[in-house]
Design a protein around this ligand. Structure first.
Ligand SMILES: Nc1nc2c(ncn2[C@@H]2O[C@H](COP(=O)(O)OP(=O)(O)OP(=O)(O)O)[C@@H](O)[C@H]2O)c(=O)[nH]1
Ligand SMILES: [Mg+2]
Length: 362
């Protein structure tokens, strides 16, 4: 029934999809990557079980685990038992994790208190800020990742709803993709009040030397105009429309993050202190970086991969794809964020590299 059906995707042609099916021994130079705490073991195992069943058992990619404190024996044994591939564990150096000494303690404590009072999600957390800064500027510099070209970020307690119809690492390499996502939505503005100002200053001070506005996806993060028949619903106080890729799922080319231009971008932002004085997330940072520094065609929306990280999920809309890939999700369910007004997917279709028809006036 289904071998000849076209899968529901126009983000790239179908050929690599079909070609990669069944060629399961030819692995890419890639690793599954989880930053995680020892006490999150059960959630880590649930995520591993799901990804192994849906994808990795056929490929046996390595699993790499990172932590700011040493992993305990129980964590190592259980995750190694759950993995079909090799497992490896690394301790993050303190200087890549902790708050830098130039952060003003008084201002920092004031910011924490203020955000806590405003009930901002993780607004009062110190470790969450370390995590966001680490994921923005340091994960790709960990020695244990040096041998790899691609990573697939996995978090505890996530679920993959469908069998993968392809090896996403192979799709990335063969199609010259540098950044892949499944969910995109609006960011909480209260966590990043001055982020866009910093981005504008970065563009000014570097005279946009690393940026090609002709080919990048700048419009995805900066356009406010109509999408289809409606405006985006979320107000913004800056030139940033608040759209970002949800980074708890992300497949990326490590060489992009290692590049001088990404590091220049990160270090400029870092120098402003906003990871601590505000609560800048790695999601808007990665998303703005990818939208500025990559060509829009180097970013891919994996719309065939069902996925859930509380409280949102995404489920492929194509009926036969859901059957063929044995999906355990309902694309019409309200939890499917792609239909929700807080999703930026339609903005991506229009101003990113998907859904060609939406880019033209009808
Ligand atoms: N080793 C370590 N990992 C952390 C720490 N804080 C967060 N993480 C990991 O970083 C990732 C993101 O943290 P989460 O707590 O999931 O943050 P979130 O996804 O924004 O929020 P929820 O999932 O809703 O809690 C997850 O993989 C966590 O396991 C930390 O202090 N140490
Ligand atoms: Mg999470």
């Amino acid at each position: 029934m289904n071998q000849t059906l076209k899968l529901s995707s126009n983000t790239y042609n179908d050929e690599p999809l079909n070609k990669t099916k069944g060629i399961e021994n030819q692995r890419e130079n890639a690793t599954l990557l989880m930053l995680v705490r020892n006490w999150e073991l059960s959630g880590a195992l649930r995520s591993m079980r799901s990804l192994e069943d849906r994808f990795n058992k056929n490929y046996q990619y390595d699993w790499t685990f990172l932590n700011d404190v040493p992993f305990d024996q129980e964590f190592i044994e259980a995750t190694t038992a759950m993995a079909s591939g090799r497992t490896q564990y690394a301790l993050i150096p303190a200087e890549d994790w902790n708050r830098p000494s130039w952060i003003n303690e008084t201002l920092f404590e004031e910011a924490l208190q203020l955000m806590e009072e405003k009930n901002i999600l993780y607004g009062g957390s110190k470790s969450y800020r370390n995590m966001c800064r680490f994921n923005s500027g340091f994960f790709f510099r960990q020695k244990i990742l040096d041998p790899y070209d691609f990573y697939f970020r996995v978090e505890p307690d996530v679920e993959y709803f469908c069998d993968f119809p392809y090896d996403p690492f192979k799709v990335m390499r063969q199609n010259n993709k540098k950044y892949g996502f499944v969910i995109t939505m609006y960011e909480y503005e209260d966590t990043i009040p001055s982020l866009w100002e910093a981005v504008e200053e970065y563009l000014e001070e570097t005279e946009s030397a690393d940026v090609d506005m002709e080919s990048n996806a700048f419009g995805f993060v900066s356009n406010f105009d109509f999408i289809g028949k409606s405006f985006g619903v979320i107000d913004s106080n800056s030139g940033y429309n608040l759209c970002h890729f949800w980074t708890n799922f992300e497949i990326g080319d490590l060489n992009f993050f290692r590049s001088e231009k990404y590091i220049r971008f990160f270090e400029y932002l870092d120098s402003k202190g906003g990871f601590y004085y505000e609560r800048w997330g790695d999601a808007p940072v990665h998303s703005i970086a990818a939208s500025l520094l990559l060509k829009k065609d180097e970013i891919i929306h994996f719309d065939e991969l069902g996925y859930k990280h509380m409280p949102f999920g995404t489920c492929p809309s194509a009926y036969y794809l859901r059957l063929q890939q044995r999906c355990l999700c309902d694309s019409n369910h309200p939890d499917n964020i792609d239909l929700n007004v807080i999703s930026c997917l339609r903005r991506w279709w229009k101003d990113g590299s998907g859904k060609y028809f939406l880019k033209h006036d009808s």
